[in-house]
Design a protein around this ligand. Sequence first.
Ligand code: UDP
Length: 256
Amino acid sequence: MLDMSEQSPFVSIHILGVRVDAVTYRVVLDIIAQWIQQRTPHQIATTNPEFVMAAQQNAAFRQTLQQADLCVADGIGLLWAARRLGQRLPERVTGSDLVPLVASQAAQRGWRLFLLGAAPGVAEQTARQLEQQNPGLRIAGVYAGSPDAADAPAIVARVQAAQPDVLFVAYGAPAQDLWIARHKAELGVPVLMGVGGAFDHLVGVQRRAPVWLQRIHLEWLFRLVTQPWRWRRQLALPRFVWAVLRQGRRAAETTA
Ligand code: UDP
């Protein structure tokens, strides 16, 4: 958590009891730079409506998000929900966009990145691509590994030896976020961020929705068509909409 003696640079809101922070890309990059100077571990989650619904059932996940240092709104549904509930989130901040933005800052400022997770070879391919796009970028390490507890000691040792400034963890939610919460103290990395399918998107293993579809807020439909096996997870979306509408109605009734 942020030190209470320092003024928080952002406002946190709650959507269905789950914390989301009102930040822009600019603010996130500034905060990351501060944390890297401070050297103490800080956790970033890329929250979306699936996270919010999973956190309704999973208390450990809900607590992890509550205790994270930053929970960005990685999902247009969260901006819609905030508006419905009379709150405001300034912009969508995605893990897939933050990874290259952080890499660009890293190349300029000398930060070292470690890419953990995704299928074998994908983190490596992502690192090579980021290096090509950002001359001078320093990659401290890449490793697929797994979120299984049995693999944790070896992964922790690898990351400790590499001493990165930023660790991206691509194990999907909630596994990546629980993994970071469990190991951040011993890892001692200043910035640890769960990034879901970001490496897959960046190297094109998994195509991301075209920008025009993202703009009309239909990225979820693209995912459903291109990754139909996700349908069960995506049921979280209509459930999310329904729960937000109900919460909005309840709030309106209590203030009436
Ligand atoms: N993944 C992994 N190990 C696992 C489970 C998942 O490395 O045991 C990776 C998977 O290869 C993918 C990412 O975690 O790169 C999860 O992607 P997904 O799109 O499901 O994540 P989301 O952004 O939806 O949480």
